[in-house]
Design a protein around this ligand. Structure first.
Ligand code: MN
Ligand code: MN
Length: 238
């Protein structure tokens, strides 16, 4: 059951409206890493979730994302205000002025329509939680980039709040994943064949202008076996 309360989760104030920045903010309204995508992703995952504790988590965060949508929508509308009041500003941005009347709509900063293709709902909890961690990381970095393009104190406060909440969600989803009764490489029910899990194929080789062969725990750990140049060896698909 949803209920709307007539207050914003974080108070939004804008000193001087900047329509170009308002358009950039639409990325977090109707864009790929935006608040609507997050709200739909976690809420629909929650409806499918049969683990009562993690279902509660998904519904808590999915609902909070709708409150974020309202905050970013309010902030974007304040910055887009000149498009509703000035012919010159409106003519500089016909999409927003003519189609949306100078308000927010379900499209990204370039006018591409929001799509459910932005949303990952796998029906497998450990997969959903990983997708959510990636989504939170994506949202965090878009807020960080947006912060580069405004000096307005009120806008910065709201964006910093929203950015911090994405890290809070990343923390929660990570803990929900770690606390599941599954190891980090256990996905689904079928075990993967160790014979094919152990090899690390060194498929990009040679030292040159485009880089060099490198080492890290992905190819040096005890449970990994490096196979050099498999394309040039006897390995073949049969
Ligand atoms: Mn959010
Ligand atoms: Mn979030």
């Amino acid at each position: 059951m949803y209920h709307h309360v007539k207050k914003l989760m974080f108070e939004v104030n804008v000193g001087e409206a900047d329509p170009r920045f308002g358009k950039m903010l639409l990325e977090q309204f109707g864009g790929e890493n935006g608040e609507l995508a997050a709200a739909m992703q976690y809420s629909v995952q929650g409806m499918n979730c049969e683990d009562p504790a993690r279902r509660d988590l998904l519904m808590d965060i999915g609902t909070e994302e709708l409150s974020h949508l309202e905050v970013i929508g309010a902030l974007a509308r304040m910055h887009l205000k000149p498009l509703r009041e000035s012919d010159e500003a409106a003519m500089a941005d016909p999409l927003i002025a003519l189609v949306g009347g100078g308000g927010v709509g379900l499209h990204n900063s370039q006018g591409a329509a929001w799509t459910a293709d932005y949303v990952s709902v796998s029906g497998q909890l450990e997969v959903d939680l990983r997708n959510n961690m990636a989504a939170e990381a994506g949202a965090k970095i878009v807020y960080e980039r947006l912060l580069k393009y405004t000096d307005d104190a009120g806008s910065r406060d709201a964006l910093k709040f929203l950015m911090a909440r994405e890290i809070a969600h990343l923390k929660a989803f990570g803990r929900a994943l770690e606390s599941m009764d599954k190891g980090p490489l256990e996905i689904g029910d079928l075990p993967a064949d160790e014979e094919y899990v152990t090899p690390y194929y060194n498929d990009s080789t040679g030292d040159g202008d485009a880089g060099q062969d490198s080492e890290g725990p992905w190819n040096t750990a005890d449970d990994v076996e490096v196979v050099e140049n498999p394309a040039f060896s006897g390995m073949a698909v049969s």
